[in-house]
Design a protein around this ligand. Structure first.
Ligand code: PAF
Length: 288
């Protein structure tokens, strides 16, 4: 396994692979890898086989964090991530620094952004202004540097995957997107690098996100008529906030492809929610 830190070197390598007609799969990550990422790596390998190449990018992208968010303290451990990637059969780890990704060339600052204007308005987009501009810009850059045939994203970030899919369609990136299933701990908590912030009984309280999705599934599937979104939202919020340290950021019901909000919620709708558990903001989602 090779580690590449320079953007130019990554692009040179990718162009060589392309000239040899070698298929390439990219798994974009912010590092601090866990079993969820490793399942995306396996999915990537299945997609390109051998002698296809699997690239994992490790980059804590500053432009997708708000000024009061956890960019500075976001966990970073390159050596551990490299070890996990090597064991998982990754071919190349791409771990650029900020100067590689957002260069200020001859004093001229980085000033070009990729902005998706429709799907990014609600949910994460509303709660984290500028977040998706950072995501789409860095993903577009990664696509241009790694030149993947396939890119694998996790379903836990459901809105992110929908936005990247739209960007790929609208800007004609020749990349096939694959959505890897959310991986969970045995008790149902969705794996996330931020779970390590959950100390003491916050970890137990965090289970309420998954429980809320299950409660919504039971209510929607058991109802004779599709319940009103407002009623369902209040029922879930009440349950979540019974936990001392849990505070709902948003609970949304929407069409799984267009992300259009729904007023009546029938089977087949999608639910996404964000909840602060202590100071840690967690997300989860599920099909109803
Ligand atoms: O999902 C993530 O880890 C990040 O948003 C991504 C796609 C790697 C872009 O920085």
């Amino acid at each position: 396994m090779r580690t590449v830190t320079s953007a130019a070197a990554m692009q040179r390598l990718a162009r060589r692979w392309r000239a040899q007609a070698t298929r390439v799969a990219l798994v974009p990550t912010m590092g601090c890898l866990h079993a969820g990422h490793l399942s995306l790596v396996r999915r990537a390998r299945r997609a390109v086989g051998r002698p296809g190449r699997v690239v994992v990018s490790l980059y804590v992208n500053p432009t997708q964090f708000g000024p009061r968010e956890d960019w500075k303290k976001y966990p970073r451990d390159l050596v551990r991530d490299q070890r996990l990637c090597r064991t998982a059969g990754v071919d190349v780890v791409f771990a650029p620094g900020d100067a590689q990704m957002y260069p200020s060339v001859e004093g001229e600052a980085f000033s070009t952004w990729v902005i998706e204007e429709e799907l990014s308005k609600e949910m994460e987009g509303r709660s984290r202004p500028g977040h998706f501009r950072g995501v789409t810009t860095v993903v577009a850059k990664l696509f241009n540097l790694v030149l993947p045939d396939v890119a694998v994203f996790g379903a836990k970030d459901y809105q992110q995957a929908a936005i990247v899919r739209r960007m790929v369609r609208d800007l004609n990136f020749p990349v096939r997107l694959i959505l890897g299933a959310t991986q969970r701990d045995a008790d149902g908590l969705a794996l996330s690098s931020r779970n390590r912030y959950l100390v003491g009984n916050l970890r137990r309280q965090a289970l309420v996100l998954r429980q809320a999705v299950q409660q919504a599934q039971a209510l929607v599937r058991g109802a004779r008529f599709p319940p009103a979104a407002a009623w369902l939202r209040s029922a879930l919020k009440r349950r979540i906030e019974q936990h001392r340290d849990a505070r709902v950021d948003y609970i949304e019901f929407f069409h799984p492809e267009t992300l259009q909000a729904m007023r009546q919620v029938g089977p087949g709708a999608h639910l996404a929610l964000a909840v602060f558990v202590g100071k840690t903001r967690l997300i989860d989602n599920g099909r109803l």
